[in-house]
Design a protein around this ligand. Structure first.
Ligand SMILES: *[C@@H]1O[C@H](CO)[C@@H](O)[C@H](O)[C@H]1NC(C)=O
Ligand SMILES: *[C@@H]1O[C@H](CO)[C@@H](O)[C@H](O)[C@H]1NC(C)=O
Ligand SMILES: *[C@@H]1O[C@H](CO)[C@@H](O)[C@H](O)[C@H]1NC(C)=O
Length: 411
């Protein structure tokens, strides 16, 4: 009996040690080096696991195996995708993992055009803590093979094609250096995540490609998008309900539909959007610039508040500054519906450049719930056709203007 008790105590002690080590999972390679000893992983170079960079061989299994090897090890593990073109179907890279994982992407991943190879998304990182993708490689959704199957312009409840890079329930992640090209649907989708940095990423799709939003964020906190170039067929960046503490800095957007908050209010019980800053950003030839949009007949009450847009250059943007609370695509709204989306504390500061329509400033706020605390400070947007001036169209917006030409100073 005594022997059993000692054995049990040892076992219990080991459990404590193991769970302590896991709780203190190192966030950085440096921390890993000084932390608990690593459990070595199986091979992590996908070409050692059967992947072939010939653009034809299906490398899905090899990448899933590399993920399994990395995820079940401890310490920091680096999956290597060397130069080459690797064709794959759905890559469900799921945690929780006992390690911190870095994917070094030097090659190009090609998402197969066979839609049967996907359930919902292409590359989906799910329930992972401490994760990074870096390198100079490309995540190529091969959208041109399937865009013709996108019916969303005709049918609002359309079948959605696979998104390229999806982060679900991920904390402490970095996406750096890589290129996202020609996604089938959204290029990047960040959902229920915390502490994510997207830096020096290039996102590219043609202006006329359907629903190729650059980066969509929803129900996530502390997301930074920095020094990133986005040209695409839909919103460059869109912030859905539940986006909090979002920093967009040094982004170049165009072509595309601009940097949008919304659409808000389509579904019941959406969460607030708050603390958004957009700084040192340039929009070139986009249809909208800085946009907030909500459904005319929003389903339940929510707030969009504390946004600061500071230092934004507009170059030939059709609607540079726009709050549109009468949004209603495909006329799916009940027109009599009163808005429940409260917009407040929205500051547009140091915004300069040119507009491709006379309407440089548009505030269409609901009469039952006017926009509060809207500020235009040092805003100067010129019409890009000579001999004409820009104007503001303002309904139900309360706030103040300073350092703004009379024609735009509508509040
Ligand atoms: C926000 O995320 C960044 C990583 O992008 C991290 O360095 C920082 O500590 C986070 N801030 C908070 C308050 O968690
Ligand atoms: C402005 O953008 C429109 C497309 O939105 C384009 O047709 C036009 O040529 C551009 N004008 C300038 C001056 O770049
Ligand atoms: C100037 O702007 C007004 C609207 O403000 C528009 O009706 C008119 O066509 C514009 N003229 C030119 C030359 O673009």
């Amino acid at each position: 009996m005594a022997f059993t008790n000692v054995a049990m105590m040892v076992a219990a002690a080991l459990v404590v040690v193991a769970s302590t080590a896991r709780a203190a999972a190192p966030a950085t390679p440096a921390a890993a080096a000084s932390g608990a000893p690593s459990v070595p992983a199986g091979p992590l170079d996908i070409t050692k696991l059967g992947a072939k960079g010939d653009g034809k061989t299906d490398s899905t299994k090899a990448i899933l195996q590399a993920w399994k090897n990395a995820c079940s090890a401890t310490g920091t593990q680096k999956i290597v995708i060397p130069k080459g073109n690797y064709l794959t179907g759905a890559l469900d890279l799921t945690g929780p993992c006992t390690s911190s994982i870095i994917i070094r992407l030097d090659g190009n991943l090609l998402g197969t055009g066979d839609l049967n190879a996907y359930k919902k998304n292409w590359i989906e990182i799910m329930r992972v803590d401490n994760f990074a993708i870096n390198g100079r490689g490309t995540i190529d959704g091969q959208g041109p093979l399937v865009w013709k199957h996108n019916q969303c312009a005709k049918n609002y409840n359309c079948k959605i094609l696979p998104n390229s890079l999806v982060l679900d329930y991920v904390t402490n992640a970095q996406i750096r250096g890589v290129t996202l090209l020609n996604s089938k649907f959204f290029q990047m989708n960040i959902y229920e995540c915390k502490n994510v940095l997207v830096e020096k990423v290039t996102i590219t799709a043609p202006e006329d490609s359907p629903n190729t939003d650059g980066i969509h964020i929803g129900d996530s906190t502390n997301i930074t998008i920095k020094a990133t170039t986005i040209g695409t067929g839909d919103d460059c960046i869109s912030l859905g309900p539940g986006s909090k503490s979002i920093k967009i800095q040094g982004v170049r957007c165009g072509p595309g539909h601009g940097i949008s908050v919304g659409s808000l209010g389509r579904y019941k019980d959406e969460k607030d959007v708050e603390d958004v800053t957009v700084t040192d950003t340039t929009l070139v030839g986009t249809t909208n610039g800085l946009r907030i949009k909500s459904y005319e007949d929003s389903k339940s009450a929510l707030k969009a508040r504390k946004f600061l847009y500071d230092g934004v250059t507009m170059d030939n943007v059709s609607y540079p500054i726009i709050i549109d609370q009468k949004y209603c695509p495909n006329n799916i709204c009940v027109k009599s519906g009163a808005s429940k989306v409260a917009v407040s504390d929205i500051v547009f500061k140091n915004i300069h450049g040119t507009s491709n329509t006379p309407e440089a400033v548009t505030f269409k706020c609901p009469s039952n719930l006017p926009c509060q605390g809207v500020q235009l400070i040092n805003v100067d947007i010129k019409y890009n056709r000579p001999g004409n001036t820009t104007m503001a169209v303002c309904h139900n917006a309360v706030g103040k203007s300073s350092g703004v030409a009379k024609a735009l100073a509508c509040i």
